[in-house]
Ligand binder design. Structure first.
Ligand code: BTN
Length: 292
């Protein structure tokens, strides 16, 4: 509690309680000239959009700026569940330790501190990717492809990534720190040259500006649903959305790169890779080539 109170008193905290309630709507824009960016991001909006019995109701804090929402939650450790979003991050990071471009308010940059059953923890990244894809589909009718283990793609480019880290506790199960970065309002010139051909925003893919509050609420609702769903059903949805099964992939596991055919994704989240010698390697986590 101390952590959350300190966070709420910090100058960067956007006092949702002081903001007027405004319901956000998505805006269709003309293909030639996107409207000027206006996307107020307020915790009160998120709460209005969540179902009243959501475990995330009234758990959201939105900052103007911070280093990384992952790092703030890790150091402040507010009571769970806690949702921390921010307009911009100065040191956003992805997997594995790569920088995550978020020095602009053009995307949904959010972390969630939560406690999940230890059996579910290894699957959290997959379940969160599914929930993010559910939210995108619900708000745009677009169907993101999933790239094992944590990316959402549209038009073969990266729309979003999920990062799950853990926080160990003495005599208690670890807490999960779930981060989502989802590109919303970027135009081509907003991406640095090295990302122009591999990243995409929802604006580019759908010509719609989906407000961050709407996307966050839709993500939280779907995350709740996916966490409650039988694992076998969720994993079947993952297999349906994963474009890599049956394809030849290179996967970096630590310092080793394995190349083979992605045969199956099992209910524990392992990717089974058929190697050229005929053997099958079960891979729990790794980086797959992009786009594969
Ligand atoms: C990846 O694709 O590698 C995962 C990217 C995760 C980025 C999000 S943005 C909010 C949160 N804070 C961070 O520093 N990282 C995650």
């Amino acid at each position: 509690m101390r952590g959350l109170v300190a966070l709420m008193r910090s100058p960067a905290y956007v006092a949702a309680a002081n903001s007027k309630s405004r319901r956000s709507t998505s805006t269709a824009i003309s293909p030639s000239k996107p409207a000027p960016l206006s996307d107020p991001f307020e915790a009160a909006h998120v709460d209005l959009l969540l179902s009243p019995d959501s475990p995330f109701h009234q758990r959201t804090t939105i900052l103007n700026t911070c280093t990384s929402t992952q790092e703030i939650l890790r150091t402040q450790l507010p009571p769970v569940p806690a949702v921390l979003a921010t307009e911009v991050q100065t040191k956003g990071h992805g997997r594995p330790g790569k920088p995550w471009l978020s020095e602009n308010p053009l995307g949904l940059w959010v972390s969630i501190l939560l406690e999940v059953p230890s059996l579910q923890l290894p699957l959290l990244s997959l379940l969160a990717s599914l929930a993010a894809a559910d939210a995108v589909r619900a708000l745009t009718q677009l169907e993101p492809a999933l790239k094992w283990p944590n990316d959402l793609l549209l038009k073969n480019r990266k729309l979003a990534g999920v990062l799950v880290e853990t926080i160990s506790r003495v005599n208690q199960s670890p807490l999960a720190l779930l981060g989502l970065g989802l590109n919303l309002h970027h135009q081509t010139s907003d991406f640095p040259p090295e990302l122009k051909n591999s990243a995409i925003s929802l604006l580019q893919a759908s010509r719609q500006r989906i407000p961050r509050s709407q996307m966050l609420a839709a993500f939280l609702e779907n995350l709740t649903r996916r966490l409650d769903q039988p694992i076998s059903e969720a994993m079947e949805d993952w297999r349906q959305a994963c474009f890599q099964l049956g394809r030849t992939l290179s996967i970096r596991v630590g310092t080793t790169i394995l190349t083979g055919t992605a045969e199956t994704l099992d209910d524990s989240g392992n990717l089974n890779l058929r190697l050229p010698d005929g053997s099958v390697q079960k891979i729990a986590s790794g980086e797959t080539d992009f786009p594969a």
